[in-house]
Design a protein around this ligand. Structure first.
Ligand SMILES: [Fe+2]
Ligand SMILES: [Fe+2]
Length: 183
């Protein structure tokens, strides 16, 4: 039986700009999987998480609220949990993939590699316009030392979050502490 190639799910609702971002994240992940000698199955898990993660980021706030009725997350943080709800509804049962998608904006202490890879690739994909050289170096660093690269990405994102003055979600704090302690 031919192996299913991960791609955008049938329920995706994305602009062409968003689709281009998702494809760039997928390209980064394919490159890392090749260079890390990742198994086909694991590579496919990582790519499933990539294709789900922003698949309904362009949906209306009302639609996102229907999928994620909690007031806990501001609108910008709802598309991850909402995508996880839809992925599960459409047959995804891999909890590691669902956690990768659900928490991709905020971090999660109990991620497996799918979550960590998505978190790094989403931030390090080459289309983003800040700190291009530093992020390019980090893309190589992921292949040499994924744990240290994850720490660097999380540190940069935490720094930004603190400086923004936004409240820090408890999942983000848990994620940060799990990395610092080397769990
Ligand atoms: Fe996102
Ligand atoms: Fe993204």
């Amino acid at each position: 039986m031919a192996e299913k190639t991960p791609g955008l799910p049938s329920w995706a609702n994305v602009s062409s700009k968003r689709r281009a971002h998702i494809e760039r994240v997928a390209d980064v992940v394919r490159d890392w999987a090749d260079r890390l000698g990742t198994s086909k199955r694991e590579r496919s898990r990582w790519l499933s998480a990539v294709y789900y993660h922003d698949a309904i980021k362009d949906a209306s706030n009302a639609e996102l609220r229907k999928l994620v009725p909690t007031e806990r997350y501001i609108a910008a943080l709802k598309h991850g949990p909402a995508a996880a709800v839809l992925a599960e509804r459409f047959g995804e049962y891999d909890e590691g993939i669902l956690d990768a998608v659900r928490y991709h904006s905020i971090g999660y202490a109990h991620w497996d590699m799918a979550g960590k890879i998505l978190y790094m690739a989403d931030y390090l994909e080459p289309g983003r316009k800040f700190r291009s050289e530093w992020r390019e170096e980090l893309r190589d660093y992921v292949v040499a030392d994924p744990d240290s690269a994850l720490f660097e990405v999380a540190r940069a994102r935490m720094k930004w979050l603190v400086e923004s003055g936004w409240p820090i979600p408890r999942e983000t704090l848990g994620f940060w502490n799990s990395i610092v302690k080397g769990d």
